[in-house]
Design a protein around this ligand. Structure first.
Ligand SMILES: [Zn+2]
Length: 525
């Protein structure tokens, strides 16, 4: 296998003996035909595009230049030889916003798509057709021609939501780490990065109106002796930089601002927003209870003034259509004993504390909707009644009836069950093969409801693996399996072929500096 892979990178003198390479594209394209011919990328190759695609052409020239050392010229072209041509084509509307066509012929390469996102994905596939050394961060100087096997490829995703959630609260991840992950997600055609920015262990996003939230709420007390890199926060400028970086790579960042539970970081700064008044102190995950009983007081108007001010700033920072408000694991013990919460239940004519949570989320949803955004919550937002417009992120894999229940009510659903999508679980519990077997569409679901399943995502909770190496190991290679689950049509999926492709991607990931699970384990299924 290695011989075949490396044989793709050859000197000019040898090139006519070049065997046809095995394709190792992840995720598997919807349709691909390979012919027995080769395009040779050399320092005379040009990138052709129209004006509107200049930034995409520049991205490609920059990427290809790193390992090849070629300074590829960008030209306005039509029909020339030795050109990689990028062009938009309105007749490809049926392939959707992210679909594309890639034609590699002996004399030229054409990437066409309905939108810029499709062009971007065509370029990612082209990257995967090149020899793996194209991912090198240094010039591979001894070669002056790079081979690309000739293919005719038409491709588009099965689902529009292809995500990864990273918990930035229990462990803070640097801006550089997040950028590295955006690059890796984009390479595998994943388009959502959900950042869990608030939890008991830390408030990780600067809110200008409440500087104390991060000055105090983003740092563990000294007595825990936590390494400096594990706490901290993103400034608003950091967030803007990350959002821009992601958008250039067709990745949308979804912010999650937890409520009403998992908010000890906020209550440690503003204890008056709880039912009992505190005081509270944040601590690393294993130093306290997993789930805290102290949550925002639903009977206190100050809580809503605070959350609306926070959301105002969050909405300004993230262009995403959706804001995630958490909504999970909020114990009702405090609300049961709090006179203000009980008064709220009475005044609003609610049955119990579950309905009080539903009322809380509904009030926040109205506010978010007024600002032109949509609300997503974890599947607990069903309890006490689900609004007609909220989208649900399904996580409690043991509640197998929930996915159908949600879509039968007409709500959008994103599938991230503990059974297949919890990448903080170890590989004995969720193997790469198990992830590969995942089907986000529940068995027996009526076709007319299928469109309500937006897609799926992996979740990584950062309380156990708290180093960058640990993060890599838990995410890779499972995210490659998920990318194929969420992108490729069911009929082209094959575990056997995927496993073979992984051998090539082991080398690509190594070149990219990823500490994959397969790197340390011989049996990395
Ligand atoms: Zn209360």
């Amino acid at each position: 296998m290695l011989l075949l892979i490396f044989s793709g990178l050859i000197s000019c003198a040898e090139k006519r003996e070049e065997p046809v390479q095995n394709l190792a594209i992840i995720p598997q394209p919807a349709g691909v035909i390979q012919t027995d011919d080769t395009f040779y990328l050399n320092n005379k190759t040009k990138i052709g595009c129209s004006g509107e695609l200049e930034s995409k052409a520049a991205y490609l020239a920059d990427f290809l230049g790193t390992a090849t050392g070629f300074n590829l010229e960008i030209i306005e072209e039509s029909g020339k030889r030795n050109v990689i041509s990028l062009s938009l084509d309105s007749s490809l509307k049926d392939l959707g916003e992210e679909g594309y066509k890639l034609e590699v012929q002996r004399k030229r390469i054409d990437i066409t798509a309905f939108s810029e996102s499709g062009i971007f994905y065509g370029m990612q596939t082209l990257r995967q057709l090149l020899p793996v050394q194209i991912e090198s961060k240094k010039i591979v100087a001894e070669f002056h021609s790079w081979t690309i096997p000739c293919v005719s490829l038409t491709d588009h995703p099965r689902f529009t939501w292809r995500g990864l959630m990273i918990d930035c609260s229990r462990t803070f991840w640097s801006k550089e780490t997040i950028k590295r992950y955006i690059d890796l997600l984009a390479f595998y055609k994943m388009n959502i990065l959900h950042l869990h920015l608030v939890d008991d262990q830390g408030w990780r996003i600067e809110i200008k109106k409440y500087p104390e939230l991060t000055n105090l709420g983003a740092f563990f007390p000294e007595k825990y002796d936590e390494p400096a890199e594990r706490h901290g926060f993103y400034t608003q400028n950091d967030i803007k930089e990350l959002v821009r970086y992601a958008l250039e790579r067709n990745v949308t960042i979804i912010p999650e601002i937890e409520m009403p539970g998992h908010v000890l970081s906020a209550l440690s700064v503003f204890p008056e927003l709880s039912c009992g008044g505190g005081p509270f102190e944040i601590h690393p995950f294993f130093e306290g209870p997993g789930i805290h009983e102290d949550i925002y007081c639903a009977g206190n108007e100050e809580v809503f003034r605070f959350l609306e001010s926070v959301l105002d700033e969050v909405i300004q920072l993230f262009p995403a259509e959706y804001i995630h408000i958490g909504g999970d694991e909020a114990p009702k013990d405090r609300w049961e004993k709090c006179p203000r919460c009980q008064r709220r239940i009475m005044v609003e004519g609610l049955k119990d504390e579950s309905e009080l949570q539903s009322w809380f989320i509904g009030r926040i949803e109205k506010y978010i909707n007024q600002k032109g955004k949509k609300l997503i919550g974890w599947d607990e937002i069903l309890e006490g009644g689900l609004s007609e417009t909220a989208s649900v992120m399904y996580w409690r894999g043991w509640l197998t009836q929930v996915p159908k229940e949600v879509v039968e009510q007409g709500n959008n659903l994103i599938m991230s069950p503990t059974s297949h999508c919890y990448f903080d679980y170890d590989y004995a519990a969720i193997s790469t093969e198990k992830v590969y077997e995942f089907n986000p569409v529940p068995e027996g679901l009526e076709d007319s409801l299928r469109h309500l399943i937006l897609g799926g995502q992996a979740n990584f909770w950062s309380h156990i693996d708290r180093t960058e190496q640990g993060l890599d190991k838990q995410i890779f290679p499972r995210i490659l399996a998920l990318s194929e689950v969420l992108w490729s049509p069911m009929e082209v999926r094959s575990w056997e072929r995927f496993e073979n492709k992984l051998q090539t991607h082991d080398i690509i990931l190594e070149e990219s500096g990823v500490d994959s699970y397969r790197k340390s384990e011989s049996n990395g299924k």
